[in-house]
Ligand binder design. Sequence first.
Ligand code: FRU
Length: 490
Amino acid sequence: MEKMTREEKYRYIEQALPEELERLKEKVSKSPWRQKYHIQPQTGLLNDPNGFSYYNEAYHLFYQWFPFGPEHGMKYWFHTTSKDLAHWEEVGIAIKPGGPYDSHGAYSGSGIVKNNKLYLMYTGNTRDHSWVRHPFQCLAEMDKNGLITKFDKPVIFETPPGYTDHFRDPKVWKSDEEYFCVIGAQRDNKTGCIVLYQSKDLLQWNFRGEILTDLNEFGYMWECPDYFEMDDHGVLLFSPQGIEQENERYNNIYQSGYLIGKPLNMESRAFEHQPFQELDKGFDFYAQQTTETPDGRRILVGWMGLPDLEYPTDKEGWAHCLTLPRQINIKDDKLIQRPVSELALLRKKEKNINISVDNETKQLEDFYGTAYELICDIEDIKADRVGIEFRASNTEKTVLAYDSVSNKIILDRSLSGQPLGKKNGSIRRCSFDAQTFKIHMFVDVSSVEIFINDGEEVFTSRIFPSQNSKAIRFFAQKGTAKFKAVKWDY
Ligand code: FRU
């Protein structure tokens, strides 16, 4: 596909050609891969979730948006809101780039409530005449009427010595009476890390230094950091770039994961932690952000996509969506992710099945779909391999399997439909050693999110099947298994 020029990419929305956006919208609306219940852009490209927060009796979730096409150009914050984490409404543009400190994009950041206002801290991206990047950490405030006002001056002007211009994505939180923020950074020696700032009022920030982890050489840039504490643990999430593939790990172009350990020592910034773990085993997951609900749950949303890859919707003028919100818990030094319970509000027609499968692949009449939630318990597994084929037809299928010989879960999208990301392979596997196998999955028109055994493993992926690939099939190879499944159309 023809790429946009720099001039085309770095335009403000006011500079749209006559009817450019209307025409693009029209084109996008004809796409067969528009999602039914995921947050997606009206036109252009969506990337990171931003400013995820609860304020004024609603959830607010913003995202990085480039309106003019499926490219990373001038980024806006687009605002969506929800009362229940299941139904989302589009509000519109929230933060417009274009001031002296965000002339080339309002990049990622976070939200925090203070004195009845929602404060949005983000990275102002600028480029000088030689196209050299100068990042600033900026602030905006939103009032109860949804009016957003940017502060005139950045709250963090300088990138501290020792770091390059890759310095962005502030995530703010409050602890006791102080505010802290983590920022993703690159050291002068081109390794990635996270730095910590502290503030009494969100306006004046003190640079405290790097978070001291054991990962001194782990990729060249860490994007979108996040930190929270839960059950006497500290959890540091981030998206590192530049990690080499290691067998089944780190198969995607860039990674997303976390370090879990003792709570961060705010004085020394020492963080004692377990090895890095990936958050998601699927093909399309990046730049996640968390928030806390009024009832104390930690909820995570990610970008269901990755930078620097082409997707089949590019030629239709749009790209990407956000993941469903997931509740995070800790079990045995690992994050467990489950779809938020509120998603049950989206359930429509229900269907149940209860079948035995004996060395075969079974398809049931009246049990199919293109947008649904499915919970399937696979019991009495006495087979080498068991699993589900979905979004299937004579020529297409996406396959999720448990291989009891190698003790692996396997997601195979090699026959899912329009090919994508082939360079990074079309199969994902992860080790899995359990007596039971429960699949909880959310299929939308062009995606699937799979939660195994109540969130022990998660696979998030885009798939691009044709509209008539609707079949759901249950299989057992070299043996038998019982499938008990319930499906709700969405
Ligand atoms: C991650 C990221 C962030 C940056 C934003 C720009 O995908 O590169 O680091 O703030 O996207 O859109």
